[in-house]
Design a protein around this ligand. Sequence first.
Ligand code: SF4
Ligand code: SF4
Length: 163
Amino acid sequence: MNAVKRYFSSIFNAIVALLKGMRLTGSYLLHPSKILTQQYPENRETLYIPERFKGRVYMPHDENNEHNCTACTLCQLACPNGSIQIISKNIELPDGTKKKVLDRWVYNLGSCTLCQLCVDACPSDAIVMDNAFEFSVYNKSKLIFDLNRPGSKLKEKKTEPQV
Ligand code: SF4
Ligand code: SF4
């Protein structure tokens, strides 16, 4: 008897839940100004992406095309799936000594899981998570980027980079 009661009670609960959902849908039909969904991509100009949304790893540069990356490779070591390759080179300083600097910060967005472990591992705040998101491509090889800009270099004194 209990099983029969449970059976009909679950049907009743399902109908109540359905009616609640239909009531909400009906209210949006009668008051379209309340609609929260967005017509993308038509609204691209006014689209709001929350600041904390993670779309990619990004390297900020300042107005002098300088960044904070020292090519220490800690981010590469922290990445669980090999999405980062730090390529460094040695340059000669005016006093004749050699210094290791960043040559290329190669980022594979196609394999990145946006876990942020690289950002957390960076001791220089050289990289951040960015909320850009439009990266659809037909070929995954197009999702491999150099994050350091052409001609950029390490800041002499670390300051807050401008995005
Ligand atoms: S966000 Fe995670 S997966 Fe992506 S590059 Fe950084 S550590 Fe690797
Ligand atoms: S981004 Fe940060 S952790 Fe990665 S190589 Fe540059 S300074 Fe090191």
